[in-house]
Design a protein around this ligand. Structure first.
Ligand code: GYE
Length: 324
């Protein structure tokens, strides 16, 4: 009796009791043959994003999705507006790769308020505010801290010189992979006194900006002999800048990166890049599987973790045909 009073008064005042979040707090999803599904992509300016969007389109028919896909062209504000318009169109489910951790919080909260189960794919939001199992169902994606650590570990094991002078090219400011790939790498590198990170600047996960930032940083730090890029597009941009400046990537400067794009695997085969830690864009089949489990009433783990491989000169040639 006492318990019932406590629960009902908590409900009346909208108080969330600690430890009460469960699948039943989330909007339900009916089991049916076809679903109207929203996929609100953030931008399409690189092969990774294009491969991810294609993976959703490729999965649509077999998963019974009537897919509404949008492209926010690199604007968090447009991505929020795209989600608004999907809610207005009556989607059953939302798959959202939030461009940045905080600006996309309103999109998650609005979908929650509209009773639409939301799955975050490939990036997350600020989870101290929007929580899996409560405001969204789950985050489907990689462990970005681990990716940064593995890039650092490869560097520590393969660096031949005495003093490693590192330039870091960061991803989109305020995005979960940029935050975590920086943390994982920087923390590991801080434990090895051969290395110093002399500059760390954003290249917005974009090839052209990566090239421009590298050009500038190379002038300020001509003694750089390691580049750590948070994604392959920026690494390729950096390689272009280095070559233009007469440097020899792979010989006098080590390039380490994350993703596993076709161009990166080719750069590894050509000896210009040392390593890329995988971050797969092929989320369509996983999104389908998790959505079906959710519709069947299963409780979904707060983080559906994707396991990543690592590509080096040892195996890049074996994987280039499946790359994007
Ligand atoms: O590494 C990058 C892309 O969010 C995991 O975003 C993704 C990252 C990926 O633009 O290339």
């Amino acid at each position: 009796m006492k318990r019932r009073i406590l629960l009902s008064s908590a409900a009346a005042f909208g108080i969330a009791l600690a430890g009460m979040a469960s699948a039943s707090d989330l909007p339900p999803l009916e089991q049916k043959d076809s679903y109207t599904v929203g996929f609100a992509q953030m931008e399409s300016n690189n092969p990774w994003r294009i491969a991810e969007t294609k993976s959703f389109h490729d999965t649509a028919e077999s998963c019974g999705w009537n897919l509404i896909a949008t492209d926010a062209a690199g604007s968090a504000a447009k991505q929020v507006a795209d989600v608004d318009s999907m809610i207005a169109q009556g989607i059953d489910v939302l798959f959202l790769p939030p461009r940045e951790e905080k600006p996309l919080l309103p999109a998650v909260m609005k979908a929650r308020a509209a009773g639409i189960p939301t799955f975050l794919v490939d990036r997350s939001v600020d989870e101290s505010v929007a929580k899996p199992g409560e405001h969204f169902v789950s985050f489907l994606g990689s462990d970005f801290i681990d990716q940064g650590e593995r890039a650092a570990d490869w560097l520590a094991a393969n660096f031949k010189g005495e003093k490693g002078v590192i330039v870091e090219l960061e991803g989109t400011t305020g995005s979960s992979p940029a935050n975590d790939r920086k943390k994982g790498f920087d923390d590991r590198i801080a434990q090895d006194d051969r290395f110093e990170i002399v500059a760390s600047q954003t290249g917005d996960f974009a090839r052209d900006l990566g090239r421009q930032v590298m050009e500038t940083l190379l002038q300020a730090h001509p003694d750089v002999n390691v580049v750590y890029a948070h994604n392959d597009e920026m690494a390729i941009g950096a390689i272009q800048a280095l070559e233009l400046a007469g440097r020899k990537p792979g010989e006098d400067i080590l390039v380490v990166s994350i993703d596993g794009t076709r161009d990166a695997l080719q750069a590894i085969i050509d000896g210009k890049m040392g390593v890329t830690v995988e971050s797969s864009p092929f989320f369509g089949p996983l999104a389908c599987e998790v959505m079906k489990r959710y519709a069947a009433g299963e409780e979904i783990e707060p983080w559906v973790q994707v396991k990543d491989r690592i590509f080096t000169a040892d195996n890049a040639a074996d994987h280039i045909d499946e790359a994007y």
